[in-house]
Design a protein. Structure first.
Length: 333
């Protein structure tokens, strides 16, 4: 059976982008593969996090993943810092990955911004930790949004170099699963930037815990143009914001952008936006309600995460042990 691994940073409440690009695709995989889903708090601290907020966000992330349909009986749901093997293998990978490889990572460049000297070294080696997250379980399938593609290529470079340098066939090839019409959901304010939980403007995103009024308000204020909707996708070229809203409606209604345009050609955004709001409220309302319910019982959430960590630890342990042997570390006897 294929082993699936994916992760999400508790750097805020999950956005519609996280949901449509990743989480929603995780849910059905629980029934067909052995799945591990990880709240990657160690990745989150590569950029400054308020400790109290990080803690609250970690629980909130667990609640939202469960409310979206992940089940602790069907998948291993856990917190990254609970399983030391991630950091332990990441150190080995720090010694495998080359500076030149990391220098090419576009997400580092985006996140570090202009003042690269001031970025944390953790942010720089972040892709090595991400490779360790996956490979410490010998996972081969990684369901993610489009923005993670380059990091997964690097994970494969690391696995291949490890295998080559030590003359083994130990780490498997990792395959990205990038699915759906919403592999890249864009900001509501700027259709050229991706929707992100760390964007300073809350108006740029829909959060999974936004209530109906907040959703309505954000969609109403979303940047659009004055043109009408065309009847085909090619005609949306150069209209990034319009393309994004059409894609979101398609994703939440289980349709395609082509079908959305066929149904709504000739309408302006004054008519389109209320429909989009209704579809989002209908889809996200039950998730929000589930999340709020789960958050009322923090000890139950913590217990579910502990049990997840115990399962994950048991799966990682033999793989880390073998990796250490391959490297030549003396076994502790
Ligand atoms: P993160 O926390 O930024 O995002 C979690 C998942 O959501 C997807 N995503 C999006 N998809 C579509 N449109 C968007 N606007 C959008 N924003 C985010 C991301 O592609 C991702 O799948 N590095 C990862 C976390 C990670 C990980 C891993 C993932 C750590 N270790 C191992 C897979 C395997 C990240 O920062 O995701």
């Amino acid at each position: 059976m294929n082993r699936v691994f994916s992760g999400i940073q508790p750097s805020g409440v999950p956005t519609l982008g996280n949901y449509l690009g990743a989480i929603r695709n995780w849910v059905p995989l629980q029934h067909t593969a052995e799945c591990l889903f990880c709240i990657v708090d160690m990745h989150a601290i590569t950029q400054r996090q308020d400790p109290r907020e990080l803690l609250a966000n970690t629980r909130e992330m667990a609640a939202s993943l469960l409310a979206c349909g992940l089940s602790p009986d069907r998948c291993v749901l856990f917190v990254q810092s609970h399983v030391a093997a991630h950091a332990q293998l990441a150190w080995v990978f720090n010694c495998i990955a080359r500076l030149g490889w990391l220098n090419r990572m576009t997400q580092f460049k985006d996140k570090a911004g202009k003042d690269r000297e001031a970025a944390s070294t953790g942010l720089y080696v972040y892709p090595n930790l991400m490779a360790a997250d996956i490979l410490v379980y010998h996972a081969t399938q990684v369901p993610v949004g489009d923005d993670q593609r380059q990091h997964l290529e690097l994970a494969n470079d690391i696995a291949e170099k490890f295998n080559h340098d030590y003359g083994v066939d130990f780490f498997p090839h990792v395959e990205p699963l990038i699915q759906g019409v919403a592999a890249r959901v864009m900001s509501l304010r700027d259709g050229t930037r991706k929707m992100s939980k760390s964007d300073p403007s809350d108006q740029s995103r829909i959060n999974l815990n936004d209530d109906s009024d907040t959703i309505a308000n954000k969609i109403k204020r979303a940047t659009t143009d004055a043109d009408l909707l065309p009847d085909n996708l090619a005609a949306l070229e150069g209209r990034a914001e319009a393309r994004n809203l059409v894609g979101i409606l398609a994703a939440v209604t289980g349709s395609t952008p082509e079908a959305v345009l066929a149904a709504h050609a000739g309408k302006g955004f004054g008519a389109f936006k209320p429909m989009l709001t209704d579809a989002l409220v209908a889809h996200l309302g039950p998730i929000r309600a589930g999340m709020l319910r789960l958050l009322e019982d923090a000890p139950a959430l913590d217990t579910a995460l502990r049990l997840g960590a115990e399962k994950a630890e048991a799966m990682a342990e033999p793989i880390l042990k073998r990796a250490y042997e391959i490297v030549g570390f003396l076994a502790r006897r």
